[in-house]
Design a protein around this ligand. Structure first.
Ligand SMILES: *Cc1c(COP(=O)(O)O)cnc(C)c1O
Length: 866
């Protein structure tokens, strides 16, 4: 049977043509994946609220409210370009009947309310399904009441409240259900059904309560034993904190079920907490996505991997918390005190969230929003408790929870974040016995500050120090729309998968290069208007075919050693000296002489050559590499005065350099700075250029400003590429301010990183659940970047591309060194010995840094044919 994927679309995702177009795109790509999409959708945003108001007789004129709902759906039908809509007319008629019948005395009134509420989703189906059919999909509309059957709470002895909830907040089973699977297998290629709705054993329609579309989709995914559940809404997933309050909050790409459950129950509303148990036992992954950023990788909820150390994922916050402290003398001697106290709370229909106890007191928190707590009810509870203990109530509190595995391990780092509590009280601290959440209850007015500080101290740090960690881009970037469809952008290696598999089968392991990508990256930089020259930093990858491709596009070369110059001479027999710029660092005198003999322009990055070897440079043109002393700001002299870095002439030696040059009779024709790598901030080079242009005022002969390399490429899925237009705009303004200066750049990584992949084959697999290792034929002797810099490389099982991940694995090589690890905690499909694994972005600083360590030959290089 074809595997099912259940895809849920929320209220904002079904309300207009652009949204339905996104739905069609998602359906299309799932069909391409070879799975059967089962679409579960909500009512159009706002409709359920209106239906609720009608059912509760809270609208002055039910007929007028109905007409409004009808108009809303007819307008959608017009927007979608539909002609007559008989299904919609029939559903509107059914709704009108249910509304007229709301005061009838037949059956429970909750059932009549449910019948009205359930109409919202049906109305949406009635418009959406014909539109999808018009797009050419073979769609079967299945009523959710045929698929989901509710399970009434305690049959005997159920309270009136329970019976009402059986209609308005019904529970269903999510056990695999062969009948439902068979029913949908026979349906058309796409199934559409409504969320929120199910059938009561008495035959009436019930609804699943607020957030019930998520739960319906989860139940259905369970029944279908689906490959995964996708939840599409207007947010891309779960964040490290509430992004509306903490804009630097980062998207979390991966969570395990327990962590996700903790986050949903401690504040986030992205996913209904009831969804998770339905899927957890059968290890069905949940993927969260945003219809506003459909290509952004959202949050994946997967089975856990056991890891020892503390792993904070998020800080969540719940407001409107009320604390009740009950104090009695010698409490532990008083048998049944807790039971008595809790009985009072339960009888008031309230539920307790957190509890902490000491010998003489118990503090319990009540979540007011969930508890429908009002002051009269609270007064009554206090009154009854006061009969046997002293009671203190603290209202308007916030519960702030640190969520993640082994949060206990973070305790020692909390100090600085909690400093503000020298003046303000922490009312309660509670560490869950699962060690998944550590909660502080504080006054609501302190909560913003506490969350902000905890987030800054714990999470921003975690995201920075864990390049392999689960964190995605910050909300500020997502909101600004700087995220391009990076992740699902088709990579060349998707297209050429078969060739790659054949290469790996033959060679065992190989670096494979795609020259079209090299050429297109070069052209992107050459197209940045104000840039006059693009000098490829060939230390990133010196393969002859890559050098030829770079030159064919019009690029020059930046070399750092005589060996690189010789490589160019081997590859090209007509290369001119001015196609090269030589930038050695701490190199011997002979290296400078080597370049000068050939007339190759060079960049000096220290005073030593000028001081000690003046004869070499007499009458020559040189560039000076300067260390602009970043980060020094206003206190430049104080902070960095006298500090040398390995690279560049520090700004406090510039005057001395100028004097030396004049004395020797050399001419400074350019200034240069290369400061860092993998930079994705488009303003960086403009800042560098502006600084160099300022310094250039002291050098009348300077005509070149070389702003170096460092142009980043997104190394992880979902990160946006460097916005070259913004870069161009900044440089254009720079150029306008300094029209006499030429701008040069020296990209390395940008040109070749994405053009290369490293292929390996699986050698061995170790471990089952928890810590699993997947061994490859290639390791750190081929690609040392993960071990050397903690660099992140996307890793995929090419043989099983698109198969669902089983759980995180550690990807390791065959080198006897514990640092021989290419990826940590990567989602990976079930794999076998011999599978071909691809490590992306391996074109830069890959093979050039490889070694024979362990006397194992590194992967060899293969260039793909056109
Ligand atoms: C390495 C290097 C570059 C290229 O750096 P990327 O980060 O690969 O762009 C440019 N200029 C100099 C002087 C370098 O040493």
């Amino acid at each position: 049977m074809q595997p099912f994927v259940v895809i849920k679309f929320g209220g904002t995702s079904v309300s207009g043509l652009p949204q339905w177009e996104s739905i069609a795109t998602v359906i299309r790509s799932r069909l391409d994946e070879g799975v059967k999409p089962v679409v579960v959708h909500s009512a159009i945003r706002g409709v359920t609220d209106r239906l609720q108001a009608i059912a509760d007789d809270e609208t002055p004129d039910a007929e007028a409210a109905l007409a409004e709902i009808a108009d809303l759906h007819r307008a959608l039908a017009v927007e979608l370009g539909l002609g007559p809509t008989p299904d919609l007319d029939a559903e509107l008629e059914r709704l009108a009947r249910a509304v007229r019948a709301r005061h009838d005395a037949t059956g429970p009134s909750a059932a009549r309310t449910a019948e009205i509420l359930a109409c919202g989703e049906r109305l949406t189906s009635a418009v959406g399904v014909p539109w999808l059919q018009a797009q050419g999909f073979d769609v079967t509309r299945v009523d959710a009441t045929e698929l989901l059957h509710s399970r009434p709470r305690a049959q005997a002895g159920a309270t009136a409240l329970d019976r009402e909830r059986d209609y308005l907040s019904a529970l269903c089973d999510s056990e695999a259900d062969e009948a439902v699977r068979a029913r949908l297998a026979e349906a058309g290629e796409v199934v559409v059904t409504q969320g929120f709705t199910a059938r009561h054993p008495d035959g009436s329609t019930v609804v699943l309560g607020r957030g019930g579309s998520d739960t319906a989709a989860a139940y259905l995914a369970g029944k279908l034993d689906a490959r995964r559940l996708e939840v599409w809404s207007d947010v891309p997933g779960m964040f490290t904190a509430d992004p509306r309050r903490i804009p630097s909050a980062r998207l979390i790409h991966r969570l395990d079920y327990a962590e996700a459950q903790e986050i949903t129950t401690t504040g986030s509303r992205v996913l209904h907490p009831r969804c998770i148990p339905a899927l957890r036992s059968r290890r069905i992954p949940i993927h969260l996505h945003s219809t506003l950023h459909p290509h952004l990788r959202g949050t994946e909820v997967l089975p856990a991997t056991e890891r020892g150390h503390a792993h904070l994922k998020a800080i969540s916050r719940k407001d409107d918390v009320v604390l009740i402290t009950m104090e009695t003398l010698g409490m532990w001697q008083e048998v049944g005190f807790l039971a008595r106290a809790f009985q009072v709370v339960a009888e008031a229909g309230l539920s307790i969230d957190l509890v902490s106890t000491s010998e003489t007191s118990v503090t319990a928190s009540l979540d007011a929003s969930a508890n429908l707590l009002d002051s009269a009810l609270l007064a009554e509870v206090v009154d009854r408790l006061s009969a046997f203990c002293r009671v203190e109530v603290i209202a308007s509190c916030s519960a702030i929870s640190l969520v993640g595995r082994n949060v206990r391990g973070l305790l020692h780092r909390l100090g600085p974040a909690l400093e503000i509590f020298e003046e303000h009280r922490i009312h309660m601290v509670s560490l869950a016995s699962s060690d998944l959440n550590l909660t502080f209850v504080v006054d609501e007015e302190q909560a913003d500050r506490v969350v902000e500080r905890l987030h800054a101290i714990l999470l921003i740090e975690a995201a920075r120090t864990e390049p392999d960690g689960p964190f995605g881009p910050p909300w500020t970037r997502i909101r600004a729309g700087i995220l391009e469809p990076e992740e699902q952008r088709e990579r060349w290696w998707h297209r050429r998968r078969d060739e790659l598999i054949a290469i790996a089968a033959e060679k065992g392991g190989a670096f494979v290069y795609d020259l079209d990508t090299v050429a297109s990256q070069m052209r992107k930089l050459l197209a940045v208007e104000p840039v006059s020259r693009v000098m490829y930093a060939m230390k990133a990858n010196a393969h002859p075919d890559i050098l030829r491709t770079v030159r064919a596009t019009g690029g020059g070369f930046e070399c750092v050693s005589p060996g690189e110059i010789e490589r160019l001479e081997e590859v090209f027999d007509d290369l001119r000296a001015d196609e090269i710029i030589f930038t050695p660092n701490f190199a011997p005198r002979a290296d400078y002489a080597f370049a000068l003999d050939r007339g190759i322009p060079l960049t000096l990055d220290a005073l030593h050559p000028l001081q000690q070897w003046p004869d070499l440079f007499a009458g020559r043109e040189v560039l000076l590499r300067v260390d602009p002393g970043w980060g020094s700001g206003h206190h430049e002299k104080v902070v960095t005065g006298g500090r040398h870095s390995k690279f560049g002439i520090p700004h406090f030696e510039i005057d001395e350099a100028r004097a030396l040059v004049e004395r020797i009779g050399a001419r400074v024709i350019g200034l240069h700075t290369h400061s860092g790598s993998g930079i994705l901030d488009p303003d960086h080079w403009t800042r560098v250029g502006e600084r160099l242009a300022e310094l250039a005022e002291a050098f009348p002969e300077v005509r070149i400003v070389n702003v170096g390399g460092g142009f980043g490429v997104p190394d992880r899925e979902g990160l946006p590429p460097l916005p070259l237009e913004a870069l161009g705009d900044g440089l254009t303004e720079l150029r306008a301010r300094h029209p006499h200066l030429e701008l040069w750049v020296e990209p390395g990584r940008f040109v070749v990183s994405e053009a290369g992949v490293l292929l390996g084959r699986i050698t061995q697999i170790k471990g089952k659940k928890g810590l699993r290792y997947v061994g490859l034929t290639v390791g750190m002797n081929s690609l040392i970047r993960p071990a050397l810099y903690g660099a992140y490389h996307q890793i995929v099982n090419l043989t099983r591309l698109g198969e669902p991940p089983e759980g995180p694995v550690q990807v390791v090589g065959p080198i006897c060194e514990s640092g021989d690890r290419l990826g940590t905690d990567r989602p990976f499909p079930e794999s076998r010995e011999g599978d071909v694994v691809l490590i992306a972005n391996a074109g830069a600083y890959g093979r050039v840094m490889s070694s024979e360590y362990n006397l194992r030959a590194p992967a060899e290089e293969v260039v793909l044919g056109a």
